[in-house]
Design a protein around this ligand. Structure first.
Ligand code: AN7
Length: 340
């Protein structure tokens, strides 16, 4: 049986109308997996929302199916976004699906290899900017004002509409959830989750985590030159700044920073101890939970926003090396059964 996409599944919760064009690649309905070792370490029931299981390997597909469907309805011929990688990959896929032209602007040399491969394979025009994400977004906004191109960054309200469905899924799978740990970059996702929980009348603590070198919400000021190993959240001036600050306040939650070392430790822990491979930015949610603890929350979901395969370069840097071997049984036996 084919998987129903999230627009169809949550049609009554979304501002689409009967007969609207709807694009789907089977997004949403992602697994929620219990994390026994993490639960034990932090002293709370912790579950992992595997958003890397979406069609292009990140949560961006939730908002992008909605935003590009709306663009098709509006008669757009082209969509565009600035991106640290995942938005680009998703926009490229859904643009193709909708028969639209896609253009993406990414910070040159600063997006993970898998995301670049995806964007190119889906046929988007990929512009490598000699600048950072914040500059790319400013230029994209300006270009979309000058030309009839649909802007599909999370400043587009359809993105939040699609992304809020993750909160609905969490409430179905974990009705007693009282804490959400989530990485924060441009702050669209945390804003969308809060919208979703509010629409269901459900309160919980929002715990957001930014990379220490890219933590404008924590510092309360724009970071001019953001840096972090978690390239997806290398963002110094989040577009959804006010909404995110309001969400943290209203949920009696917090936004805090985790260092690159803490992010990478959580990244290795998830892969090596829980069997779950996410990308570094996603591991910030778990790094934060490990660092700061669950607070008053007892039933927590950590949002693992993107798949580990997105970023093979960081994975290989963080893992052991292969064992070279001659093609004899003795050599194989020595390596497999042997001591080291
Ligand atoms: C894996 O792709 O901003 O706080 O341009 O790819 O909603 O921005 C990606 C963001 C977390 C942060 N985890 O979400 C982009 C982009 C992953 C991400 C975030 C991103 P927001």
């Amino acid at each position: 049986m084919s998987r129903v996409g999230l627009i169809e599944r949550f049609f009554d919760d979304l501002p689409f109308e009967a007969g609207d064009p709807i694009l789907t690649l089977g997004e949403g309905s992602t697994p929620l997996v219990h994390a026994p070792r993490l639960s034990e370490r932090v002293g709370a029931e912790v579950h992992l929302k595997l958003e890397g299981m979406n069609p292009t390997g990140s949560f961006k597909d939730r908002g992008m199916c909605a935003a590009v469907s709306a663009a098709v309805k509006d008669g757009a011929k082209a969509v565009m976004c600035a991106s640290t990688g995942n938005t680009a990959a998703s926009a490229a896929a859904y643009a193709t699906r909708g028969g639209l032209t896609g253009a993406v602007i990414v910070p040159s040399g600063k997006i993970a290899t898998g995301k670049l491969a995806q964007s190119l394979m889906h046929g988007a025009k990929v512009i490598a900017l000699d600048g950072n994400f914040d500059q790319a977004l400013a230029l994209t906004r300006e270009l979309c004002e000058r030309h009839p191109i649909a802007l599909v960054n999370s400043v587009n309200p359809w993105r939040l509409e699609g992304q809020k469905t993750a909160a609905f899924e969490l409430l179905e799978d974990l009705p007693t959830i009282d804490g959400l740990c989530i990485p924060v970059g441009n702050a669209g996702n945390v804003t969308a989750y809060w919208k979703g929980f509010q629409e269901r009348g459900h309160d919980l603590y929002l715990y957001g985590f930014q990379a220490a070198g890219s933590a404008p919400l924590v510092e309360g000021k724009v970071v001019e030159n953001p840096e972090t190993v978690a390239s997806a959240i290398r963002i110094g001036n989040p577009a959804r700044w006010e909404e995110a600050v309001a969400a943290f306040r209203d949920s009696r939650g917090l936004v805090r920073a985790v260092t690159d070392d803490e992010i990478l430790a959580a990244y290795r822990f998830l892969a090596g101890e829980e069997g779950v491979f996410c990308e570094p930015a996603s591991a910030a949610s778990v790094a934060g939970l490990l660092k700061y603890g669950p607070g008053d929350a007892t039933t927590i979901a950590c949002v693992l926003t993107g798949h580990g395969l997105k970023d093979p370069d960081n994975a290989l840097r963080q893992s052991g090396s292969v064992l070279p071997c001659k093609p004899t049984i003795e050599a194989v036996e020595a390596l497999v059964i042997g001591e080291s």
